[in-house]
Design a binder for this molecule. Structure first.
Ligand code: GLU
Length: 507
């Protein structure tokens, strides 16, 4: 088994935008395959036509593209095991369902949805739940109770039917999960799942097993929510006689809400103030959901933060390139327990990636924001500005709030700061500082600082108090990087004008 080529698949159903947990599943599959020189497939599982959402497929592919998760075989890439969209493989599945009937592992069930609903309701009234299984199947409308001729007759006369798996009675299924170890389930806790529906399409379970087999998948790496389906899947492999080539399974831990209570759901994100989708999404009904890309995350920061949700390298290292992740990744280091999503940590990751970029690149990313505001700034100057403020930002979109004062004089003054800093003899001290600044020759941050400091010292004033008030004049608030750097960048004349204006406005 170990000499078999590694082939993994990401198999989303196109029922809406891809959740970040789905992207993590894709990423772990990709890392696992690439580490071993294997193949990463994208298979679209769209056999549930009622849940199909237009645009979802494109969204999935664009998300993977953005993350740099390269698909080797898929609906767009093609490949020799295609088609890779299950709705285009419909002719394939019926034969396998028939095979299970012939071998006695499945049966036709003619029960109408209404009849089953009735049974469910009745059970509920008795505080029970109705299950289609060994205990009930013999009293229901299925081929187990009919002769071959009766079954054929029923089908020929156009009765709707489904094909159900005949779950063995009281049998212990022993399975191995790479992350969880041995898992045991008794079949008496399971039901006779529908494998093939009346619309002529297979259900997820049948299509998934048939395709994994035909596509020579070596490892199934998927979310924990599929663990309950594993016994059925393993029994299907056995029923088909494919156990020898059955893939190995690994079920990834859930992503949990920041509070740790429950899984991170599609609805959590915008409610809790962070995206849960990789890209912005707008549904046909006009509903929108924010995406990491549009919120200003760098793709490599997003990939990095996803990689550490449920996996760790066993060292303190937190920042990884995709190539490093490929080298370091292993399923053995994936945790069993759910991993709590921390939105603050996510922002921290973006900050780290921002700090790795050159000031020139960040200036280029900031430029469109300024263009939109009609602000023209020399690129060398912009690079210096970005260098001064980037430490205080997590996203390029934060740059403006950290730097507006480089481009425009204050239009108002932070009231709190005014109350705290603009009192007693401070205004008159600032007036004299203004003259000092106006008289600096060969103006620079260092020379302005030297002159101002000397003046403060000569007069025996408090340096901090004056600096805070001067910042208020120049910035309009108590924020920003080194004041003399700001002064140098806006220039001597502009600094003097701003002080004059503040003296006039604040009185
Ligand atoms: N179509 C399933 C999903 O949407 C795939 C589960 C699996 O990987 O087996 O998640």
């Amino acid at each position: 088994m170990n000499d078999k080529r590694v082939r993994v698949r990401f198999a989303p159903s196109p029922t809406g935008p891809l959740h970040m947990g789905g992207v993590r599943t894709a990423l772990f599959n990709f890392l696992f395959a690439k580490k071993q020189g294997g193949d990463f497939l994208l298979r679209i599982e769209d056999t549930d036509q009622t849940r199909f959402v237009p645009g979802a497929e494109e969204y999935i592919m664009e998300s993977l593209d953005w993350c740099g998760i390269k698909v080797d075989e898929g609906i767009r890439e093609g490949g020799k095991y295609g088609p890779y969209r299950q709705s285009e493989r419909r002719e394939i599945y019926k034969k396998y369902a028939d095979e299970l009937i012939a071998s006695g592992n499945a049966y036709y069930a003619f029960d109408t949805p209404e009849a089953l609903d009735e049974l469910r309701k009745k059970a509920e009234e008795n505080k029970e739940t109705f299950t289609y299984n060994a205990a009930t199947r013999n009293g229901l409308d299925n081929s187990l109770r009919m002769t071959q001729a009766e079954v054929e007759q029923k089908i020929a006369s156009g009765n709707n039917y489904v094909i159900r798996f005949k779950m063995p009675v009281n049998y212990e299924v022993v399975m191995t999960d790479i992350i969880r170890g041995e898992v045991r389930v008794n079949t008496d806790t399971l039901d006779d799942k529908v494998l093939f529906k009346s619309d002529g399409l297979p259900t997820y379970h049948l299509a998934n097993i048939v395709d994994d087999h035909l596509m020579k998948i070596s490892h199934v790496i998927r979310g924990e929510e599929w663990l309950p389906s594993l016994p059925l899947h393993v029994l299907l492999y056995r029923a088909f006689g494919w156990e020898d080539t059955m893939p190995e399974f690994a079920h990834l831990p859930l992503l949990l809400k920041p509070t740790g209570n429950g899984k991170l759901s599609k609805r959590d994100g915008d409610k809790m103030g962070f995206p849960v989708f990789p890209l912005f999404w707008k549904s046909a009904e006009g509903e929108t959901a924010s995406g990491y890309r549009e919120e200003g995350y760098f793709a490599n920061a997003f990939v990095n933060l996803l990689a550490l949700l449920g996996w760790n390298p066993g060292t303190e290292q937190e920042i990884f390139t995709l190539d490093e992740l490929i080298t370091l990744f292993s399923l053995e280091r994936v945790t069993k327990s759910g991993s709590k999503f921390d939105p603050k940590k996510a922002e921290w990751f973006n900050h780290q990636y921002m700090m790795l970029k050159s000031d020139a690149e960040l200036a280029t990313l900031f430029q469109p924001v300024l263009n939109e505001k009609g602000i023209e700034v020399d690129s060398a100057k912009l690079i210096r500005i970005v260098a001064l403020i980037k430490e205080r930002a997590n996203f390029v979109k934060d740059f403006w709030d950290q730097s507006f004062f480089f481009f425009q004089a204050p239009v108002s003054y932070d009231e709190q700061v005014v109350k705290k800093r603009w009192k007693n003899e401070v205004p008159s001290q600032i007036a004299s500082i203004k003259d000092v600044i106006a008289n600096v020759s060969d103006f620079s941050a260092a020379r302005a600082k030297a002159a101002v400091s000397a003046h403060i010292e000569e007069n025996g004033w408090a340096f901090g108090a004056i600096m805070n008030a001067l910042r208020l004049c120049v910035v309009g608030a108590g924020m920003g990087p080194d004041l003399f750097e700001i002064i140098e960048l806006i220039g001597q004349q502009e600094t003097v004008l701003r002080i004059e204006k503040a003296l006039a406005v604040l009185k």
